[in-house]
Write a protein that binds this ligand. Structure first.
Ligand SMILES: [Zn+2]
Length: 414
């Protein structure tokens, strides 16, 4: 096997295609043609949408195709075990079979780096010969093997740490001279703190974190206190890698090799740039092809060019799950948007958005309980919230104890 040159800048030529939209159209055509032939599940939805002979089809042509919700997979798989009619090869041609929470069965084909993790690892600075501790689970769920396969593709040396056993993992990582970490950001912090307690020098210099949120304060802690260069990757067991950070760390570049749409959960149409919507995937995977697979995750698409040179748009992070948001005057509002505008404000002790419809006109009012001794500027708060949700927001200051904490940060009272 030829060694990968550590000099290459991008993992894949697809990361810098000149015309991203045309690239997405080509992938769509390939995925739909293949899925129509090999996946009974996809064929049924394509026929339902009137697409019988998918020849020269582009992304826009997928609009009438019903999204297959990830939440519907357990039922679909139970009706047609084990893969709900979505497997495009004989089951004996797989490498492994997994089970994710749901339960959802996930297949792994025999191709190297089946989930396309290598571009994400490369963008995070992982190079051939790096010694890397992998702390996602290797059992039942595919996370550990997803990262493992990508690390092997890049040419890294993997320590299959798996979940737990932090003292043993710290000691092995230190003895082996591991410079890289892959796993959740929270467990990275646990290992670094364990290293301090045990006076063991853990030399992680870079990390690819996934599978859990990375709040800004945790990232700052890892990067500033422990000097680990932290990158995020986003993906699912069904669809593989969907996005990853470059050195600019301004969102997750859509991964090469898949088509990603962000659809307004209310209308099902493409969300405007920077507006939240469901991440929907179409993938020309030869084992598990997907056509308009709804991840249930909310994100938004940033189309502006990135300084790194990759031409793919960026997902703007994890904005919650479909079902947590509400529709206000035709716009989808999610509690995380309110949190983004208000969390961390020292003048705000508590807040709650309530959607009402006086005279059948939707209205969003955010009640604020000020922190003791503070009198927040209502106009400034309203402007900040309005900018965050792209809708006019009324703000009112309420006395301490008026907000029912159990009701959540966004309540639909219509
Ligand atoms: Zn970039």
């Amino acid at each position: 096997m030829a060694l990968v040159s550590p000099e290459r800048v991008f993992w894949s030529e697809m990361e810098t295609v000149h015309d991203w939209a045309a690239h997405q159209d080509r992938l769509t055509a390939r995925a739909v043609r293949y899925a129509a032939e090999h996946s009974a599940e996809a064929r049924a939805r394509l026929e339902e949408a009137g697409i019988r002979f998918p020849g020269d089809i582009g992304l826009a042509d997928l609009a009438p195709v019903r999204v297959l919700a990830k939440d519907d997979l357990p039922e679909l798989q139970a009706a047609h075990p084990p893969f709900g009619g979505m497997l495009a090869v004989g089951i004996g041609e797989l490498r492994r079979i997994y089970q994710s929470p749901g339960p959802i069965h996930d297949p792994e084909g025999r191709r190297p780096d089946f989930w396309r993790m290598a571009p994400a690892l490369w963008a995070a600075g992982f190079r051939p010969g790096d010694i890397v501790l992998n702390t996602l689970s290797y059992h039942l769920t595919p996370g550990g093997h997803m990262l493992d396969a990508g690390l092997r593709e890049v040419g890294c040396v993997v320590i299959p740490g798996g979940v737990g056993n932090s003292a043993a993992q710290v000691s092995l990582a230190a003895d082996a001279g591991a410079r890289g970490y892959v796993g959740t950001p929270q467990f990275l912090l646990t290992l670094l703190e364990t290293g301090i307690e045990r006076e063991t020098a853990v030399g992680f210099a870079k990390a690819l974190v996934t599978g859990a949120p990375l709040p800004p304060d945790l990232r700052a802690r890892l990067q500033d206190d422990f000097e680990v260069d932290v990158f995020q990757a986003y993906g699912t067991a069904d669809a593989g890698t969907l996005g990853y950070e470059c050195a600019a760390k301004q969102g997750w570049h859509v991964a090469p090799g898949v088509v990603v749409e962000v659809l307004d959960p209310g209308t099902g149409e493409a969300a405007e740039p920077n507006q939240p919507g469901q991440v929907v995937v179409t993938s020309p995977n030869d084992v598990y092809p997907l056509v308009r697979f709804g991840t249930g995750d909310l994100s938004a698409l940033e189309l502006a060019a990135c300084s790194c040179g990759r031409t793919s748009p960026r997902l703007t992070g994890f904005l919650g799950r479909v079902g947590e948001g509400v529709k206000v005057r035709g716009m989808f509002v999610h509690p995380r948007q309110l949190a983004g505008a208000l969390a961390g404000d020292p003048e705000v002790a508590s807040y709650q958005g309530v959607v009402t419809a006086p005279d059948h006109r939707d209205s969003l009012t955010v009640s604020i309980e000020p922190a003791a001794g503070h009198a927040p500027d209502i106009d400034a708060l309203a402007a900040r919230l309005t900018a965050a949700v792209k809708l006019r927001v009324e703000v009112r200051v309420v006395p301490h104890g008026s907000i029912e904490e159990d009701a959540g940060h966004l309540v639909d009272a219509r």
